[in-house]
Design a protein around this ligand. Structure first.
Ligand code: AKG
Length: 317
């Protein structure tokens, strides 16, 4: 089962509290770490009292509304800054969705930290970095990239806006090892009714499985076609979370999410992170990944430098 780490870090207080808490939670955290440097279970949810470790629930809801917008009167009449193409830091993120596109489809925006100072703070926060470092047994954690997801509400059969079952590493094979983990920050309360993320515990030890597609809408078909290692079963667990809570999943953990059947959009920010020893491997199916272009390097080079801000240790920032 997914472990719930009850985390009583008070919003606004920082690493000192976090460190104290993690000391007490040390036993649980050690459970997540395998000899190969990954997580034992492959995913956890950190349940903080009062919000995420560094922002209150009220603040995170405010950020979500400002950046991704709110839904009023059954329509998306108040789009957020990102969808109004307002980029305070002057750089446009990469988005699969633009104003005028089908409002019912999933909106995915990569590297929103380029455009918005508040999102940059979330995506590069040292608390997230330190948690990742402990989970990955690493002494350095840097940002791989971030990803905003906006899943519109009121799914119907034609527009489900699911996220298909996938392992992130299928898209990140340009990294020599799957030394990556995602911190998924809930910008909305999430459960099965609005299509919360679901993970398959232990699947990060199965290697890359066949049938792996973020954009696939037919989750049942994918599940039927998936080839699992002998003796393993596909038992997804929903990550039910409050806005501001954070879950972590390993780059090989199978995950996906179902339709949003509520009236409100499901909003989130995935902070994809890598350990400091993550190196570029050329010639893989992920050669087209944006980070290969951003690195502009050679086989074996570390993914490091300006495009990949360091979260942990904080002094390197
Ligand atoms: O938010 C979701 O439903 C899926 C997110 C995801 O694929 C990820 O964070 O890696």
């Amino acid at each position: 089962m997914i472990q719930n780490v009850k985390c009583s870090i008070r919003p606004g207080k920082d690493m000192r509290f976090f460190k104290l808490k993690m000391k007490r939670e040390g036993e649980i955290c050690r459970d997540f770490i395998t000899n190969s440097g990954g997580m034992e279970i492959g995913a956890i949810v950190l349940r903080h009292t009062g919000g995420c470790p560094f922002l209150s629930r009220k603040r995170i809801l405010g950020i979500a509304q400002a950046v991704l917008g709110k839904r009023t009167g059954g329509n998306d009449r108040a789009p957020g800054k990102i969808y109004r193409a307002e980029y305070e830091l002057g750089r446009e993120p990469w988005s699969t969705w633009k104003a005028g596109d089908n409002p019912r489809s999933l909106r995915k925006t990569d590297n929103a930290h380029w455009s918005d100072p508040v999102l940059r703070r979330v995506a590069t926060h040292p608390v997230i970095g330190e948690i990742a470092a402990r989970l990955m047994n690493a002494d350095k954690i840097a940002l791989w990239h971030d990803q905003l997801l906006y899943k519109p509400g009121r799914a119907d059969r034609r527009h489900t806006a699911n996220v298909g079952w996938h392992q992130d590493y299928v898209y990140w094979q340009c990294c020599a090892e799957p030394s990556l983990v995602t911190a998924w920050v809930a910008f909305t309360d999430v459960d099965l009714s609005n299509g919360c993320m679901q993970v398959v515990p232990g699947s990060h030890k199965w290697g890359l499985v066949k049938v792996n597609d973020f954009f696939e809408q037919n989750l049942e078909k994918q599940q039927e076609q998936m080839e699992l290692p002998d003796g393993q079963a596909f038992r997804p667990v929903p990550l039910v979370m409050k806005a501001g809570q954070v879950s972590f999943h390993h780059a090989l953990t199978i995950h996906g999410s179902g339709p949003n059947t509520t009236d409100s959009p499901r909003r989130s920010m995935a902070v994809h992170l890598m350990t400091g020893d993550t190196r570029y491997r050329s010639g893989t199916p992920a050669e087209g990944h944006m980070n290969v272009k951003l690195l502009n390097g050679r086989d074996g080079d570390l993914f490091e430098g300006e495009p990949f801000p360091v979260l942990y240790p904080p002094s390197v920032r």
